[in-house]
Design a protein around this ligand. Structure first.
Ligand SMILES: [Mg+2]
Ligand SMILES: [Zn+2]
Length: 195
C-alpha cells in the first residue's frame, strides 16, 4: 500500500527514461526506532538522513520508503496514523529541500488482531512486494538501485528483488557517507561503461 502517488515526474509510459532508486527502510534508518512510532512527535531523524535524501534527490534518484507497519495489523494504530506520520516526515524533508517520492508500507502481520490484516502477504519484508509495487508504478533502473535497511529482513527483500542491499547501523555508519559512496560507485560504473 502506498499513501502517495502520481507526482509530476512519473513516466509510466516512457520506459526509456529510467532512473535509479534508493529504497529506505524507515525505522532505524531514516528515523530513530522508538518502537511502533506513529505520532508526529515521535519523529526523530537519524543524523544525516535529511541530507542523504536531498543528495539523492539532487542526483536524480527516486527515493522510496518501504516499511513494515505491523502495528496496524496489531491494532496499535491505524493506517491514517501512518499516513499522517509520513506527511509529517515529508513536511520536515521539504524544509530541507528534500522529498520522498513515495512511501510504501505493509499493514499486515500473520498474528495481527485486525482480522482482515492478519495474513501472510508478499509485501511484508523479507517479501519483495513493496519493491515490486514501486517498480510497477515508477520507471526504475533496477541495475543501479539499492536498498538501505537495518535488519536481515531488509537485506532479504533486496536480495529477493535482485538489487543491492546495504546494512546500516546508525551507531557506526554515516547515512550521508554511505549514500555519497553509493552515488560515486554508480557514476564510476557508468564512466567505465561509456569509455
Ligand atoms: Mg528498520
Ligand atoms: Zn503486507
Amino acid at each position: 500500500m502506498t499513501d502517495q502517488k502520481s507526482r509530476g515526474d512519473k513516466y509510466p509510459e516512457r520506459v526509456d527514461i529510467r532512473r535509479p532508486a534508493a529504497f529506505f527502510d524507515r525505522d532505524g534508518v531514516l528515523n530513530v526506532d522508538h518502537g511502533y512510532a506513529h505520532r508526529p512527535e515521535q519523529l526523530e531523524w537519524i543524523d544525516g538522513a535529511l541530507e542523504a535524501v536531498r543528495l539523492l534527490n539532487e542526483t536524480g534518484y527516486y527515493v522510496f520508503v518501504v516499511t513494515n507497519q505491523s502495528g496496524i495489523a496489531r491494532g496499535y494504530y491505524d493506517e491514517d496514523a501512518v499516513k499522517s506520520f509520513h506527511a509529517h516526515m515529508q513536511k520536515s524533508l521539504a524544509a530541507h529541500r528534500a522529498h520522498v517520492d513515495a512511501f510504501y508500507y505493509c499493514p499486515h502481520h500473520p498474528e495481527g488482531t485486525i482480522k482482515s490484516l492478519a495474513v501472510h502477504c508478499r509485501c511484508r519484508k523479507p517479501g519483495p512486494g513493496m519493491l515490486e509495487q514501486a517498480a510497477r508504478e515508477w520507471a526504475i533502473d533496477l541495475s543501479t538501485s539499492f536498498l538501505i535497511g537495518d535488519k536481515d529482513e531488509d537485506m532479504a527483500a533486496a536480495a529477493a528483488f535482485n538489487i543491492r542491499g546495504i546494512k546500516f547501523n546508525f551507531r557506526v555508519d554515516s547515512l550521508t557517507d554511505l549514500v555519497r559512496r553509493e552515488i560515486a560507485t554508480r557514476s564510476n560504473r557508468q564512466d567505465w561503461r561509456h569509455s
